[in-house]
Write a protein that binds this ligand. Structure first.
Ligand code: TYC
Length: 281
């Protein structure tokens, strides 16, 4: 059963979006679908004939990660869906866990959700961990995916990445601006516990051959792929987008010189029009 609400209220919980940005009163519907044994929560807006799935980052959700996209992406051209992966946001229960195949599990859940909603072929916009999920989904389902946009994603874990993960392991050291939306969504205990589990899980990839998360799958991606990178992203070194560019044959790279990890929130207008142009080609 879908419910309707306006996106105006979402901005109070969106990560790091400047408080001054204006919001239209465009309405968004939300609902749940039983997929692979889990009740997945999603938001949906627009009535265009090009469906897009927005995939959030670790512990993310449509609410926290994609308000400017749900609000402002062209609703005549696109039908926009934002999902909360299992154990994140409002797709709880279950509690989130991180088995070794958690990215593949998310990729299957994401594709199966879109099919359950009646979208035969669609595009994927994935941020960070959601970008990894999008790359795997595109590699495994080449006939279903039209186009892919990823930013802040990495196909492997290097020693430098492990150092970064460990530097942000202790959530009590996070800025209030980053912590507060997480605590609001999850409560301190679930947030702290799940974050620690994620850091452990992502560091595990380092012990795989070449630290691979999905490097061997990139050659299977057939659809046009746009890689966006924020030159000031302190979490994702530039060798990651460059590796994606060299290993996805149909890809191109766009660097936003002032962009940090949250470039789609901080520079939403520029990001949205970049993505709309790419998806419409
Ligand atoms: N992948 C994380 C996310 O989904 C962000 C992140 C990237 C964290 C790299 C640390 O070294 C890191 N938001």
């Amino acid at each position: 059963m879908a419910t309707r609400f306006c996106i105006r209220g979402l901005l109070t919980v969106v990560r790091t979006v400047p408080a001054t940005r204006s919001v239209s009163s465009m309405c968004v519907s939300s609902g749940r679908r039983a997929v692979n044994g889990v009740d997945l929560f999603y938001m949906r807006t627009g009535e265009g004939d090009h469906p897009i799935l927005l995939l959030p980052g670790v512990l993310g959700s449509g609410h926290t990660d994609f308000a400017p996209q749900l609000d402002k992406l062209d609703k005549r051209r696109f039908t926009v869906v934002a999902w909360d992966p299992r154990g994140y946001g409002r797709s709880r229960p279950p509690h989130r866990d991180f088995p070794p195949d958690f990215f593949h599990r998310d990729a299957k859940d994401a594709v199966d959700l879109m099919q359950a909603l009646g979208f035969r072929r669609f595009s994927l916009l994935g941020w960070s961990d959601g970008g990894v999920t999008a790359l795997i989904a595109a590699a495994v389902n080449p006939t279903l995916i039209r186009r892919v946009v990823v930013w802040g994603a990495n196909a492997y874990v290097s020693e430098q990445d492990v150092q970064i993960y460990n530097a942000i392991r202790d959530t009590s050291l996070w800025s209030e601006r980053m912590r507060q939306p997480m605590v609001e969504m999850y409560g301190v205990q679930y947030f702290t516990h799940t974050w620690g589990k994620w850091v452990d899980a992502i560091c595990q990839f380092k012990s795989r051959p070449q630290g691979s998360i999905c490097r061997e799958l990139l050659q299977l991606i057939d659809c046009p792929t746009l890689i966006v990178h924020g030159a000031k992203d302190s979490l994702v070194p530039s060798f990651h987008p460059e590796f994606l560019l060299h290993n996805i044959h149909s890809s191109r790279l766009h660097v936003m010189s002032e962009g940090k990890h949250n470039l789609h929130l901080r520079f939403a207008t520029e990001f949205n029009s970049l993505v709309e142009d790419f998806l419409s080609q």
